[in-house]
Write a protein that binds this ligand. Structure first.
Ligand SMILES: Nc1ncnc2c1ncn2[C@@H]1O[C@H](COP(=O)(O)OP(=O)(O)OP(=O)(O)O)[C@@H](O)[C@H]1O
Length: 606
């Protein structure tokens, strides 16, 4: 989906009326805006007052000039300098005050806008993190990055001066027109006539730029999404030598982005030129009409000068308004998309009445579990399973059989369609999320390490763990010697700038992390990649320590792991087709016995 497509609100089906959808989207983004403004109401009102003050000060200038020319100068000629001193002093005070108010406006609006942005940035992160795995599989990382970067940037651009410029521009035009009408209504009429082409030109620009901006945003979003997706999959790109094709596709998108940006610059150019033309013609009109009347003695010279100054001022803000109108549009679109993201509900909601599970024994049951991903076909079909506390169960079966799905239901990455998954007799949907996270830990194949030290990565298992506890966990799973041999020992950085650990080493670090977490139920997706023999032995020993004294469900890829388990479940097409101790299953013959024989043969060959 591209960046500007209006997304269907949560719960609305594909048949929803598009107008109702866009109303819902707008309502949501307005509600978001209101909630963002509420905490900064005072600075916002302060900014409004400052903008009004600054514009009043600015509009007073020409009126003072008119008074100076028509009254103060003649008085001076008659020997009375007081009016001129007064008007010059007032002019100076107003000018200084105007400058002060303008500076104060920038400060006040920056304070409010930065507070709003901080709030929004935090909300987007907190919310995205809270959303369930199902959302993250659906919403590409490129789109999430767009929300956090270009969309928040669009809002920032508007808030950083855009809103105040728009408000100040509109106020300046209104005040100028009113002042001119009060000072000399005939000159005001000339201005009124000039407003007609001005409005027509602005309407034309507004319509064109709306379309143009949409094209721009789509092109920008497509470029970002393509970039992120290519770089995320860079291994596959390089492995399959797809660089030329990927480059060509990206070049095309970048060129489209350039073309649409050039289009909007051209449009702005036309609009600016049109405004300058209308402005100059208006000025000439005011000067001509006023000049003729001044020659006849019907209009004071000072008023004529002030009228010319007002006419010059009138159209000036339109250019800025036009410039920020684009920013305004893109910020509105961005805010809609961010509001849309914030309206996403986790598909795995926290329980309304959480049940505490302080000391889990981790007796696990699947009772008539049916499950499928999203609206897709069922992957598990009425699965019944009982794992007593302390048992190690190995799940084996062909790829796509449903092993990982069983594991993901245990840690509640997803909720079942029917039936229930229980731990110690409590439905996992009702267990207090904090207790569930403590009781059930999943170690995934990829053994993801965050940037930071090895110690910090192990300590993730139990926040607040001491260095002694981290080391003890590392010793237990047999990774201590390895860590100690790294350049900075436990403080060695494992991010891109630091040491790169091998797949087996990462696995051991993730075992240490899980050991430290000490969950009652460990769910482990064993790595498929085979290691060299010493590495393999280390990992197997680490695994044995990790699995001891707890309930464990292991998606096993190694014969040694399977044979070390208390029980083997053979999964086929979302059903458990064999269940028993490894030795019994080999003895009775069947799928596992065949699998065991295949495994044995491949080991003999190796
Ligand atoms: N996120 C997902 N969205 C939709 N379908 C999925 C998703 N993950 C898995 N599936 C489907 O569910 C079925 C079971 O997949 P699962 O990953 O549980 O199999 P598996 O036995 O763990 O396979 P493997 O050994 O290859 O990891 C497959 O048909 C797969 O296509």
């Amino acid at each position: 989906m591209n960046a500007t497509t209006v997304q269907v609100p949560a719960g609305a089906g594909p048949e929803a009326d598009p107008r109702a959808v866009s109303r819902a989207v707008r309502r949501r983004s307005l509600a978001l805006l209101r909630s963002l403004l509420r905490p900064v109401a005072r600075p916002v009102w302060g900014t409004v007052a400052l903008v009004v003050g600054a514009q009043l000060a600015a509009v007073a200038g020409p009126a003072l000039v008119a008074y100076g020319i028509d009254h103060a100068l003649p008085a001076l000629r008659d020997g009375n300098g007081a009016p001129l001193t007064a008007v010059a002093g007032t002019y100076l005070v107003v000018a200084v005050l105007g400058g002060f108010l303008a500076a104060a406006t920038v400060r006040a609006s920056a304070r409010a806008s930065q507070a709003i942005l901080l709030d929004l940035r935090r909300r987007v992160f907190r919310h995205t993190q809270r959303l369930s795995l199902e959302f993250h599989e659906r919403y590409t990382s490129g789109r999430i990055i767009s929300r956090q970067t270009s969309d928040l940037d669009a809002v920032r651009e508007l808030l950083d001066g855009g809103v105040t410029t728009l408000a100040a521009g509109a106020l300046s035009m209104t005040f100028t027109a009113v002042s001119l009408a009060v000072l000399d209504w005939r000159s005001g009429l000339v201005l009124l006539v000039a407003v007609v082409p001005g409005v027509l030109l602005s309407r034309w620009f507004q319509r064109r730029s709306q379309a143009q901006y949409r094209t721009n945003r789509t092109a920008a979003a497509r470029t970002i999404v393509r970039f992120v997706e290519t770089m995320t999959g860079i291994r596959a790109v390089q492995a399959f030598r797809r660089e030329p094709q990927v480059q060509a596709a990206y070049d095309e998108l970048a060129e489209e982005y350039r073309r649409s940006s050039a289009g909007s610059i051209r449009l702005n150019g036309w609009f600016d030129s049109g405004l300058v033309l209308i402005g100059n013609v208006t000025l000439a009109g005011v000067l001509l009409a006023g000049g003729l009347r001044a020659l006849d003695g019907d209009l004071a010279v000072g008023v004529l000068v002030a009228a010319v100054l007002y006419a010059r001022r009138f159209f000036a803000p339109l250019q800025q308004i036009a410039m920020f109108y684009n920013a305004f549009q893109s910020a509105t679109a961005a805010l809609e998309k961010v509001a849309d993201l914030l309206a996403e509900e986790p598909s795995v909601p926290d329980p309304a009445h959480p049940v505490r599970l302080p000391a889990a024994r981790a007796e696990v049951r699947f009772d008539g579990v049916e499950f499928g991903y999203g609206d897709g076909p069922a992957v598990l079909h009425r699965l019944d399973l009982h794992v007593p506390s302390g048992q190690t169960v190995a799940l084996v079966g062909a790829t796509g059989a449903g092993k990982s799905t069983i594991a993901k239901l245990l840690v509640r990455f997803y909720d079942v369609r029917t039936g229930a998954v229980t731990i110690d007799g409590i439905d996992v949907r009702d267990v207090d999320p904090v207790d569930l996270r403590r009781a059930v830990v999943m170690v995934t194949q990829e053994a993801y390490l965050f940037s930071g030290s090895v110690a910090a990565n192990i300590a993730l298992g139990r926040p607040g763990a001491t260095r002694g506890e981290v080391e003890a966990a590392a010793r237990a799973v047999g990774v201590h010697d390895l860590v100690a041999s790294l350049p900075d020992g436990y403080d060695t950085e494992v991010d891109k700038r630091g040491v790169r650990l091998s797949a087996g080493q990462r696995q051991l670090v993730s075992f240490a992390r899980a050991f430290l977490a000490d969950p009652a139920l460990l769910v482990l997706d064993e790595a498929t990649s085979s290691l060299d023999v010493p590495g393999e032995v280390l990992v197997q020993e680490g695994l044995r320590t990790l699995l001891a004294d707890r309930t464990a469900v292991v998606i096993a890829h190694r014969l040694s792991t399977v044979m070390g388990a208390d029980r083997v479940l053979v999964v086929e097409d979302g059903r458990v087709v064999e269940d028993g101790s490894p030795a019994d299953l080999v003895a009775t013959g069947g799928r596992f016995a065949d699998l065991h024989a295949d495994w044995q043969r491949s080991l003999d060959r190796a």
